[in-house]
Write a new protein. Sequence first.
Lengths: 101, 146
Amino acid sequence: METKELDVDSVADSHHNDHSKSFDITIIYNGLSKPLTVAKSDLISDVLSRAIAIFGSPPNPHTLALFTEERGELQDGQTVKESGIKKHEKVLLRPSTVKAG
Amino acid sequence: MYRIPRRMIDQTFATFRSCGGNQHECQLYWLSPWDNPMILTEVAHPKHCSSRYGLSIESNWIDQFWKDLADRGLGVRIQVHTHPGEAFHSLTDDTYPLLFDIGFLSLVIPDFAMGPVGLRNVYLTEIQPDGSWKQVDINSRFIINE
């Protein structure tokens, strides 16, 4: 019976390539723009945490989410690649819901 | 201390009255340049759905607004909205503001802004470092430039 060995180097390279495919995006929050380096394999939840941090970690950060004009609110469980974020894209850090009453 | 021109207060009341029509709540934002944040310069009127007892800002409008602020070097400093009667901060007001930054101010105007134009009988509250809201004296935060 023929068996194939798992090509550990190949898997490692693939993982490394995803991480090495880093690029800058611009996070916009209340009129301020700041660059953030992301990798295609980064989860949106991680990008969101870092985006919040570069704007000083305001209280109640759970109210904030990442949006793009084309795709709306980006989903926490997706990766940067799956979310379709492109190099130099402007990503909006903003509340999901704004209401008064 | 923010400096606000009288014309912005006049514009705020005029917009509340024309948009709300003494029937619906309305919300506005007071803006200033990032290179001179204490000098308020503009009023922004968001697209929203509203009733007598509440309002919700359109998500697509916020997207465009966020980009416009960045393009023009402006930031939101105060959100302002009307109530049908007494001015206070409701649980909804506490929970869903445009910003949760420390020092962000929320101003509530009573009676759908149909009363005297000015900052008397209003309710002003500010976000604290722990994320809670605390009522503050209007005279401690604003100087009106005639």
